[in-house]
Write a protein of this length. Structure first.
Length: 129
């Protein structure tokens, strides 16, 4: 049986709990997880100023196919919403019928890139936009 894969797209300001907890759970379930930073950095600085080591730069995995793409919430949703590479990855995975998950404020990223049109999405509505 092939190992499942998941891509976590992060940027400065990602909410650390929304990153670390699901990554831990998926890795315990033997899912191969790649944490990829939009910036060209080895570490991503989270909302609470923690530094978390990433596995890759987003530009280096943008053409890879994953079983799931996950976007943690946090203020990073603003920069991820305006990044073309994020939109390209999301659109390609949506087209292929892959799982796309957006936690807390991250559905704003989906909206900005035209993902899940016509679908019902639950999100945190008290975020500053």
């Amino acid at each position: 049986m092939a190992t499942k894969t998941a891509l976590f797209i992060v940027a400065e300001g990602s909410e650390e709990l929304e990153l670390v907890a699901p990554v831990d759970i998926l890795r315990r379930a033997n899912v191969t997880v790649t944490i990829a930073d939009l910036a060209d950095s080895e570490y991503v600085k989270t909302k609470s100023n923690l530094l978390i080591k990433t596995d890759a730069k987003l530009k280096d995995v943008k053409n890879n196919k994953f079983d799931a793409v996950v976007i943690p919430g946090g203020p990073s949703h603003k920069v991820l919403s305006s990044a073309d590479v994020v939109g390209q990855i999301l659109l390609e995975h949506e087209k292929c019928g892959k799982v796309i998950a957006a936690i807390c404020a991250a559905p704003f990223v989906l909206f900005k890139h035209g993902i899940a049109k016509g679908k019902i999405i639950d999100f945190l509505s008290n975020c500053e936009e």
